[in-house]
Design a protein around this ligand. Structure first.
Ligand code: T4K
Length: 417
C-alpha cells in the first residue's frame, strides 16, 4: 500500500500539496483475521444448526479454550469489554470510590460511573504508563472500595505492589486487561491477577471476536455470579435469582474467536516483527521515544507507541499527527486528553489534573502508529521515513504551519461574519 515514504523537499509532503505516501488509509486498529475457510466452516454450522446465541456450542468451546490458553479457572466470554468490566465491578460489590488511572480508554471510568461509583483518577508512572502504586496509596479515602489497574499497551501493572496495597487496605483489586490478551507477568498469564481481569476482543484489539470481551478469574463464587448476571440472572427456566443484564456473546463472535485462537502466534509474530522494524527505523531520531516490551515476558506487541518531545524533536505531536494523516497514516493520540478531561468527569472534577502531572504530560505527547497483519515491512519503512523527514525538517514545517495559522483568523472571521 505504501507508494513511497521518501520525501525530498517540503512540498513533497501531502500536507503541503504533495502526493500521499499511502494510496489507502493505514489504520491503527485494522482487525487481524484468521483463516477464512475455518471461520466459514463454523458459520455454516451455526447456520445449519440454528443456534445463534444463549451459551451455544461455540461459546462453550471458546470459553474452555480461553481458560486453557490463560491457565485460569474461569474465562467467561461476554458481548464486549465494557460489559465485562461492568459485570466484574458489580459482581465484586464495588461502591463508593474506586481508584483508576485517567490515562486509559474512557470505558474504565464509565463502567464505574455508570453504576454511580466515583472513579478517583490516579497518576501513572512515567516509564510504565501504568498506575503508580505510591500515588494509589495516597488516593485512598474511607470511601474507597477498590482499585482498577489497567495493563496499558499490554504491559503489566506493578501487580505485587498493587496486591500488597489492596491486601493491607482491605480493597478489591480488578484489572482492565483489554490490551493484554496473551501477555505474561513474571511468566504467569495475565488473567490470573487480582480478583478478576477483564479482556476486550473488540475488532481493533490484537485478537478479536468482532465485538467481545471476557472476565477471567480463579474465584469460583465470583465466576458463578458473573455467569448469572450476564444472562439476566436466570438459573434454569423461569427462575431469576439475581439481578442481571444481557451480556451474552453470540455464536458468530465465538466462531471468530475460535478461528483467531488458531493463528494467535502468527498475529503475535507479525506484530513483533513490525515492532522491531519500527525500533530500527526510528532509532536515533531526536525527540522520539518508542515504548519497549520486555523480552523476558510474553507480549502481543500490538501497540506501537511514541512519546514525542516537542523541544527535542523540533515538531509537536499534533503537527506530526496532521502530517501523517495527510499521508494517509491514521496515527492516533491514544489516550488523549485523559478521562479526567472528558465529560462528565471534566465537570465533576475540574481540578483533577492538578494531581495528574504525568498523565497530563503523556497525553500531550503520545502517538500510536499502525500495527497488525495489514501492515507490512515496506509500510513500516515508509512511515519511519516520513517521521524522520518530518523531524529533520521540523523547523521549516513549523514555520510553514504557523504561516498558515496566521491566515486562519481572517478565514474564521469570514465564516462567522
Ligand atoms: N479498556 C481499555 C483499556 C480499552 O482500550 C477498551 C477498548 C476497553 C476497555 C473497552 O473494550 P470494548 O467495550 O471496546 O470491547 C477503539 C475501540 O473501539 C475500543 O475497543 C478500544 N478500546 C479503543 C482503544 O479503540 P476508537 O473510538 O478509537 O475506535 P475507532 O472506530 O476510531 O477505530 C480505531 C481504528 O481502527 C480506526 O482507525 C479505524 C480502524 N478500524 C476500526 C474498526 C471498528 C478498522 O480498521 N476496522 C474496524 O472494524 O476506539
Amino acid at each position: 500500500m505504501a507508494e513511497s515514504g521518501q520525501k525530498a523537499k517540503l512540498t513533497d509532503l501531502a500536507l503541503f500539496g504533495g502526493k500521499p505516501a499511502f494510496s489507502e488509509p493505514l489504520h491503527v486498529g485494522r482487525p487481524n483475521v484468521g483463516d477464512w475457510d475455518s471461520f466459514l466452516r463454523r458459520v455454516r454450522d451455526i447456520w445449519d444448526r440454528r443456534w445463534f446465541t444463549n451459551n451455544g456450542l461455540y461459546v462453550r468451546e471458546f470459553e474452555e479454550k480461553l481458560a486453557g490458553v490463560l491457565g485460569v479457572k474461569h474465562c467467561i466470554p461476554v458481548c464486549n469489554g465494557t460489559v465485562a468490566m461492568e459485570l466484574a465491578i458489580r459482581a465484586l460489590g464495588l461502591c463508593g470510590e474506586v481508584i483508576v488511572p485517567s490515562f486509559t480508554f474512557i470505558t474504565t471510568a464509565h463502567a464505574l460511573q455508570w453504576q454511580e461509583i466515583t472513579p478517583v483518577f490516579c497518576d501513572i508512572d512515567r516509564s510504565s504508563h501504568n498506575l503508580d502504586p505510591k500515588r494509589v496509596e495516597q488516593m485512598i479515602t474511607p470511601r474507597t472500595t477498590g482499585i482498577i489497574g489497567v495493563h496499558i499497551w499490554g504491559r503489566p501493572c506493578e501487580v505485587d505492589a498493587l496486591s500488597d496495597i489492596a491486601r493491607r487496605r482491605g480493597l478489591k483489586l480488578l484489572y482492565d486487561a483489554a490490551h493484554a490478551f496473551g501477555a505474561t507477568c513474571g511468566g504467569r498469564m495475565i488473567g490470573n491477577f487480582g480478583e478478576a481481569e477483564v479482556f476486550s476482543f473488540h475488532a481493533t484489539k490484537f485478537f478479536n471476536t468482532f465485538e467481545g470481551g471476557a472476565v477471567a478469574t480463579n474465584n469460583d463464587e465470583l465466576a458463578a455470579k458473573i455467569r448469572l448476571m450476564k444472562n439476566f440472572g436466570f438459573q434454569g427456566y423461569d427462575n431469576v435469582i439475581y439481578i442481571g443484564t444481557n451480556g451474552k456473546m453470540t455464536e458468530i463472535a465465538a466462531a471468530m474467536g475460535l478461528t483467531g485462537l488458531e493463528t494467535l502466534d502468527e498475529f503475535i509474530a507479525v506484530n513483533r516483527k513490525n515492532y522491531f522494524a519500527y525500533k530500527q527505523g526510528l532509532s536515533g531520531i531526536p525527540g522520539l521515544k518508542q515504548i519497549s516490551y520486555s523480552e523476558r515476558e510474553r507480549c502481543n506487541f500490538q501497540y506501537i507507541v511514541l512519546e514525542v518531545d516537542e523541544a527535542a524533536a523540533g515538531i509537536g505531536r499534533d503537527q506530526l499527527l496532521a502530517l501523517l494523516h495527510a499521508e494517509n497514516v491514521l496515527a492516533r493520540r491514544y489516550f488523549f486528553p485523559g478521562c479526567h478531561r472528558m465529560e462528565p468527569y471534566r465537570s465533576l472534577f475540574p481540578h483533577a489534573g492538578l494531581l495528574l502531572p504525568e498523565t497530563e504530560r503523556l497525553a500531550r505527547c503520545i502517538l500510536s502508529l499502525p500495527n497488525g497483519s495489514s501492515v507490512g515491512g515496506v509500510d513500516v519503512e515508509a512511515i519511519c521515513s516520513l517521521i524522520r523527514f518530518a523531524i529533520e525538517h521540523g523547523g521549516e514545517i513549523r514555520r510553514e504551519l504557523s504561516t498558515r495559522d496566521a491566515h486562519q483568523p481572517s478565514q474564521k472571521q469570514s465564516i462567522h461574519g
